[in-house]
Design a protein around this ligand. Sequence first.
Ligand code: AHR
Length: 493
Amino acid sequence: TAEAATATVRADTPGPTYDRRIFTQFAEHLGTGIYGGLWVGNDRRIPNTRGFRNDVVGALKELGVPVIRWPGGCFADEYHWREGIGPKNKRPVKINTHWGGVTEPNTVGTHEFMDLAEQIGAEAYVAGNVGNGTPQEMAEWVEYMTSPAGTLAEERARNGHKAPWKVPYFGVGNELWGCGGNMRPEYAADLTRRYATFIKAPEGTRILKIAAGANVDDYKWTETMIREAAGQIDALSLHYYTIPGSWPPRGSPTVFDEAGWAETLAGAWKMDELITKHTAIMDKYDPQKRIWLAVDEWGTWYAQDPGTHPGFLRQQNSLRDALVAAIHLNVFAKHADRVKMTAIAQMVNVLQAMILTDGPRMVKTPTYHVFKMYKPYMDAAVLPIEIKSPWYNKDQWTMPAISASAVRDKAGQVHVGLANADPNRSITVTATLTGVTAGTVSGQIVTAPAMNAINTFDAPNTVVPAAFTGAQVAGNTLTVTLPAKSVVMLDLR
Ligand code: AHR
């Protein structure tokens, strides 16, 4: 028999918008994230458009990726934009000091990235170099990209792009507490004020400035940044990775027992506590909630796949990652008044990737499929949801078995996202819907017989959405039986 949970979905009191930018993706010059995963240049074996592979771009377009964050990450605070413009054969070959010490050919630079964003239909979130760059270099990059006139705009035109690009989001460095310069928060706040001053948008346009925020539970960082730099910024970031075990990541992405499953999902749930505490600090200094919390790096971080370069952060992606993704996307709904952007790390071949590639082959991960299922959430109104769930416990790991969120989209349709973290028991959720009477419910489910089920190049359809028939609606009561270890998206009509 299934365990029981109860819930109330308050469609009569819709809350803030579930911002589409919560589905932002991060693409760094790291491993095969850019080179090989997205960019194949002139490799004729892999169909591409101006160097970007058609299969990967097509899959990302299907997701409706709203924004891409580039070029890092740690890479950003050593990146000099001038090295990535002009004739490709004249661009300097550098060492990617953060990620494996391999060569960085600078083949993908500003023009190529902007082309990628356009091909995918995404907006650009460019992260600037505070670490070892100057405010002048940063200001000139912004001018090069966005200005309609002037010497830098002419140079851009000579390099093939006459029209200015839109750069709606600009990162004032990355992880200034670590790879971005090992700064104290007081110093980082002062530098953020200084650098942000020179990030100027041309008349009639806007560039939102995203400051480098805290690592995990560094609340002092958040407090110092918001207290000292609020006047110069539009968003403050937060980075939190789900890492079973301690740093450096040693857990296998595919070989784990139930304790490894539970520890990881409890780690995903921690995002709720982190956002709650960071936003409480932001509320003190910015009660109007003008400044977003941008969780612009999140996701699982395991040991690299056997036989791959340790600096490339290449990891498989299993049903466990699908649950991690769903728990995060549900948590973000709860905090949608402050969390207007998040970025999963990363897009292709790195950490909790959407897509894995191997030469000409490509596979969509379980995480990809969860993102696709949650697409109706983009810019929908969050519906408050109260849920009483049984707990799932394994060893010292404990969490509510059910994670849930709900939205009403612009067409008036209600969507309910649910995840059952318990790998052993199905759970029946009986939900009261206030303010909506649905006639029918349909849905999709992602699950698999094994906790560590994966999609491979040879068997790409092991963890994919299937039609879900375990929900009924009668009047304002919705009853859903969620199989063990599953993610379900319901659409009510
Ligand atoms: O996503 C990998 C790395 O994790 C990023 O470069 C950095 O910002 C973080 O530490």
